[in-house]
Write a protein that binds this ligand. Sequence first.
Ligand code: MGD
Ligand code: MGD
Ligand code: SF4
Ligand code: MO
Length: 763
Amino acid sequence: MTDFSRRDFLKLSAATAGALALQGTGTFQDREVRAAPNYWWQDDTATKYSYCDMCYWHCGVKAEVADGKVAKIYGDENDPLSQGNLCPRGQAGVKQVYNPDRLKQPLISTGKRGEGKYRKASWSEALDYAAEKLSGVSENWNGAESIAWLNHCTSGSWFSHIAAAWGSPNTGSPSHSLCLGAREIASQLTFGLPVGEHMPVDWENTEFITLIGNHIGENSHNTLMKDFMGALDGGASLTVVDPRFSTAASKADYWLPIKPGTDTALLLSWINLLIRENRYDRNYVQKYAKGFEELKKRVKEYTPEWAAEVTDLEQSKIEEVGREMARYRPHAVVPPNRKASWYGNDTQRLRALFILNALLGNYGREGGFYFSAAPWVQDYSYPSMKLDNTGGGCSGGGGALGEDTLPEDVRERADKKGEKFLYGSLAEPELIDAIANEDPYPVKGLVVAGNNIFHSAPKKERTKKALRNLDFYMAVDILPQEHVMWADVILPESTYLERYNDLFTAHHKSTPFISFKEPAVEPMYNTKPGWWIAKELGERLGLGEYFPFEDFEEYLNDRLKPLGVSVEEMKEKGTIKQPQLSQPFIEDFESQGKKPPFGTPSGKIELSSDRLKDNGFDPVPSYDEPEEPPEGYYRLLYGRSPVHSFSRTQDNPWLSEVDPENAVWINSDQAEKMGLEDEQYVVLENQDGKRSKPIKVKKTERIRGDCVYMVHGFGHDTPKMERQDEKGASDIELQSDYELDPISGSAGMSVNFVRVAKKGGSS
Ligand SMILES: Nc1nc2c(c(=O)[nH]1)N[C@H]1C(S)=C(S)[C@@H](COP(=O)(O)OP(=O)(O)OC[C@H]3O[C@@H](n4cnc5c(=O)[nH]c(N)nc54)[C@H](O)[C@@H]3O)O[C@H]1N2
Ligand SMILES: Nc1nc2c(c(=O)[nH]1)N[C@H]1C(S)=C(S)[C@@H](COP(=O)(O)OP(=O)(O)OC[C@H]3O[C@@H](n4cnc5c(=O)[nH]c(N)nc54)[C@H](O)[C@@H]3O)O[C@H]1N2
Ligand code: SF4
Ligand SMILES: [Mo]
């Protein structure tokens, strides 16, 4: 059987196979081989349904399996998210399975933490040992709360499940406090609904789009890019507010190269303009919003003239875009970015953005934001758990605004929610701080599943200190990442194409749906699925009643039963669609005599928030000046590569070839001043003297002179993963500072400054 080749991958077309057959040196032997090609599609193949786990978008996948190997994966054309396509990262899911660098069996440490010395162990030995150690931490310290569980994505939630059953409030994922927390808190405070996983922008009807940061095209999700390009093809006008001429900016009618950190000023000035020139949607605001007078009073001082000075943009451009927005409303949408944690005051920035959208009349309106419908499927019928803990998963649990009600014998979370910040799921950097400093109480056990704590949490030195301070540290991963090689026990998970997972419930405008994942192939090596690892560990911790199913089909059948569907049928279908649940627009509610679903206490869009006021915060956003870079330093900005996911795919054999290392974008004039050449390697140093690995210079007009930019995810220290080891530099090495958002607990990492400390050669 011929393995699917890299060239096939690049062309993403079966037609390429013909071209491949014509290659070669022309020896007799080659001709023999060419004469009898044995392609996968000539074998007996089986099609298996799954959903892609290379990122949280979870496009529906069809895997073609031949000879017990995944030969090719496609987007499931019946799946509303993939619509028959996968992005390059999705295609490279095949190579996640067949990456020789994978973790292959359970390992137990034989050296000091961080030394990287291990011996092989059987699953039962490793799990017995882990359970004994975790129980020991619980007994020696203060019960379940002395153990924290950090995770991310589909398998990770099984470990939050253990935390909830056992009674540890210390569980969460990086996708809240390091990603979308401020956005989700701001949206709930403003219009009473989460934004959620798949941004509910009505792309097909919008006519004027304004992106703030939000680098769609580099931040690349299959259908997001399609929908975005569809809107532009349909004639929508695009404004991009970004200190960098991003891929999206290259398609824009207006590029506003804003001074980093000043977006709230711009947003408030647009609100000022809409109100002062009476261009806002007065009827919509009167009917659906409250707090307009307070807003009007507050933004009076925030004129475009003032904002021009603050943001370093032209006043005429600010006014022109503001008036155009008003002309197109309610088909003029200002989508929030996902990685909302930037500068520490992020909930208020996002509040300003959501208020601007309210003045444009956008919620529940065509061309604005639709009300995203959730599919219905029953939760598994568990016995009730000690804690109602939803800190895991891909969106960090969203961060509910309600009060947590903990049983009397469980202490508050160690991240000091309530003292340091008001709302939100677990703040990962604050938990790490608690472990490093034993404050407010000792957390002495840590289980990390699918979360790259050395790359995603700021203050790496503190993370190392925290790990050294633990009695027991366990990692569940698929690769020997740097943080994994610090663990006392390493449990190797099967990759997504080798395992069952829970059902994926996808919110959607017209077709909320449920996706099914079954193993396409048997697990390679001695690896196991996350649900199995958690169940076995849970049983050993005396929590067996919370894992009452024998196998995963039993679990899935329990959930599917009320829908009248079985696992066997899902194997044929892949998805269940529930279009009947869709109610995207206000009129869908009002035509039935119902109020629109704004879930705020007032049932209205809260332009002024009593909840913030009652807790001592500004009820209406105001502007805070960001700190200026010290003399000779540049603000460090960071973003995404379209062909990598975070810091997890740099070792993927296909993706590493397409994009092997990152570069630092430096404005050409600044580079000239420093005598830097394009492609020359430099070492960056931040305000605290922390240094990066060598990184190539990208000398470019496409970025302002007061900041530099790099793609996150490179610069690994992973000798066991040659393709990613020491390639490019990591932003995390330079993020020794962050600013905590006092409302959502998000960690703004764009408060670090760098200078070029050393210059090297060009290769
Ligand atoms: N291919 C790929 N796609 C991904 C991911 C991935 O790893 N790979 N990750 C996904 C995840 S989890 C997330 S959270 C998102 C992140 O993607 P986004 O939510 O789009 O992230 P942003 O931080 O908005 O985008 C970074 C952009 O903001 C600009 N920027 C930086 N500072 C400022 C500022 O002060 N003001 C303004 N206006 N702009 C600024 C940068 O120049 C850059 O262009 O991407 C998602 N999509
Ligand atoms: N410096 C910096 N930090 C950031 C960001 C940034 O831009 N810069 N972005 C922030 C954002 S927006 C986000 S969402 C977070 C993301 O934070 P993380 O989720 O920590 O991101 P990854 O780097 O993808 O790390 C995922 C880990 O899971 C492992 N893994 C991959 N697949 C599987 C699997 O199937 N099972 C298991 N068990 N493990 C698996 C990978 O090997 C890796 O160790 O990072 C945040 N932190
Ligand atoms: S956007 Fe790409 S990586 Fe993400 S789920 Fe879809 S195919 Fe996979
Ligand atoms: Mo994120």
